[in-house]
Write a protein that binds this ligand. Sequence first.
Ligand SMILES: [Fe+2]
Length: 278
Amino acid sequence: MAEIFAGLATSHVPAIGAAIDLGKTQEPYWKPVFQGYEFSKRWIAEHTPDVIILVYNDHASAFSLELIPTFALGCAEEFALADEGWGPRPVPVVRGHAELAAHIAQSVILDEFDLTIANKMDVDHGLTVPLSLMFGQPDAWPCRVIPLAVNVVQYPPPTGNRCFNLGHAIRKAVESFDQDLRVMVWGTGGMSHQLQGPRAGLINKVFDTNFLDKIGPDPQSLARIPHLEYLRESGSEGIEMVMWLIMRGALNPKVREIYRFYHVPASNTAVGHIILEN
Ligand SMILES: [Fe+2]
């Protein structure tokens, strides 16, 4: 049977991808960011999953503002890299797991979570930057990836509680899949950041630290945070953190924190990262 053995959350700042692609990781500004992922790279080399369910948001790459699914599950064999204005990132193509994805779609939709099924979907930095942070620059990604795109771009995004409960449904789906697969769930985005308006550059270390402290032992309290509180406390883009709750909901009630990292700033955002094991 398939089993979820761990979860991971990380920011997916586009400039981090550019720093990797342009060979700037050792520059003074970027070095502390990448050092913060050294442990994680060693950890995942020893715990490489067969499949990652990677929760991220599309930044008007695969979907324009004409069509905004709340939750879109990538069910294709392969996902092309989106061109976000500078050409596609020079990273390997993302290979999916169509069979597991179809099983998750069936299980979760019959569980009354109405996902959009995406049989073709280009993936942008939201998905590829976390892969680069954890796996570096390989010729091919070492595992299959099932993208789960969440709308956190246009109001109203789903609530944290809805995300948390979707995580439970995903766990149930994975555990009923009839192949021996070791699966990880990744939640990406955040932490506090605001990219526009008079508050651009907003960082809230207290909010972020509390989020990192509670995501392991007390995710229920985070699941109750309303949209307005994210907006006020973590900036207009801090809402991306609801995606961490899908990851958390897919893990056991009790988890072990393996590692965490927090760094300010990276391209006007607070970078946050945590690894949790079942
Ligand atoms: Fe994002």
